[in-house]
Design a protein around this ligand. Structure first.
Ligand code: AMP
Ligand code: MG
Length: 345
């Protein structure tokens, strides 16, 4: 892998032009979207796409999402998409929804990891759209973290992981959503949810029936052939051991007394910090999963900065984007859950 002095630059016209030139030349560029920061390359250039896998240390069997900035860019990438795809695009694009569609012959195996399909997204972030237009190319881009780390939601997170490995990161500030896109397989009359995100099950159900893949809430066997290969990897995990704790605030507080010790942290909802017997990290407002989504990955990175050894997390509500928050936490916790139901004051 080439060694770079990584530049971090704001998304003004000159820097967007520089990003466009690098992408046209077959280099990779870090960029902001409304979900998380991505690491982009020309989706039509196999050598450029290979640089993404090298920079991230990403397993080769994990496919990439291709990003577009207009509906005109879609037809060359896909082969006979179902009519439902256009209905969903009309409703939710630009936005945090990735549709898995049959791939055209222009999409290589290195992008789709040999699958017959390709994931496509039209991001709403203006910086992302400008960068795609600056090079006029569909951009293959996974999240911009080292493989296994939490996705970056700021340019500083991305620099932490990618310093020296890539030439440029466009800094668009904090990502609005804070979790990766909703990934759906689009069938004739329904969709299958592979990864929950900012476009929620409730929103999709306004358009068509939604099946929820087993991998959303359950561990996937490392050797299994799965619909979304990304779901089988240990993900979003800080160095500390993370545990999700279900139950009332009172039961949680009592439980924390029993596990208190050096390097033990509690991730609690805003306003629950008082009276906790261990150090706390505030995890957004209870019942407002958007605030939790926005903060989660930054908090997981903070756990590492603090040298946390064990982190106990209040279990979030699973409605709306809360399902996505819970899905990422399950993976950060390697599916470790403590149920305090029945424990009373
Ligand atoms: P990332 O952008 O790093 O979050 O990774 C992209 C995610 O989209 C991974 O979880 C992939 O498994 C999933 N994905 C991308 N393309 C496909 C596809 N063709 N079929 C199923 N899942 C896909
Ligand atoms: Mg990722």
């Amino acid at each position: 892998m080439e060694k770079w002095k990584t530049q971090v630059l704001p998304p003004d016209d000159e820097n967007i032009r520089l990003a466009g030139e690098l992408l046209t030349q077959g280099e990779v560029v870090g960029f902001p979207t409304e979900t998380v920061y991505g690491l982009a390359a020309n989706a039509y250039n196999p050598d450029a796409v290979a640089k993404i896998f090298a920079a991230k240390g990403r397993p080769q069997d994990n496919p990439l999402i291709v990003h577009i900035a207009s509906m005109d860019m879609l037809p060359p990438l896909v082969d006979n998409p179902p009519a439902l795809a256009f209905k969903l695009a009309e409703k939710f694009w630009p936005g945090p929804m990735t549709m898995i569609l049959p791939r055209s012959e222009r999409i290589g195996d290195e992008v789709s990891a040999g699958l017959a399909t390709v994931g496509i997204r039209f991001p709403s972030s203006q910086s992302a759209q400008k960068m795609i237009r600056a090079c006029g190319l569909p951009l293959a881009a996974p999240s911009g973290n080292l493989s296994g780390h939490p996705s970056p939601t700021t340019a500083a997170h991305m620099l932490h992981d990618m310093d020296g490995r890539i030439p440029l990161i466009i800094d668009g500030g904090e990502c609005q959503v804070g979790l990766e896109s909703t990934v759906i397989q689009v069938k004739e009359d329904r969709v299958r949810l592979l990864r929950p995100g900012g476009i929620t099950v409730e929103m999709l159900e306004e358009i068509c029936p939604v099946e929820i893949d087993d991998g959303v809430l359950h561990a996937v066997d490392a050797n299994a052939k799965v619909a979304s290969p990304g779901m089988k990897y240990r993900h979003y995990a800080p160095i500390a051991e993370v545990t999700i704790v279900e139950g009332s605030l009172a039961a949680f507080r009592k439980y924390m007394e029993s596990v208190a010790g050096d390097g033990v942290y509690a991730m609690v909802f805003d306003g629950e910090e008082d009276g906790m017997p261990v150090s706390t990290l505030a995890f957004g407002q209870m019942g407002q999963p958007e605030t939790q989504a926005h903060r989660l990955f930054d908090l997981l990175r903070q756990c590492d900065d603090l040298g946390a050894k064990k982190v106990f997390v209040r279990s979030p509500d699973q409605h709306g984007i809360g399902l996505a928050v819970y899905n990422r936490l399950l993976r950060a916790a390697a599916f470790r859950i403590v149920k305090l139901d029945g424990l009373s004051e």
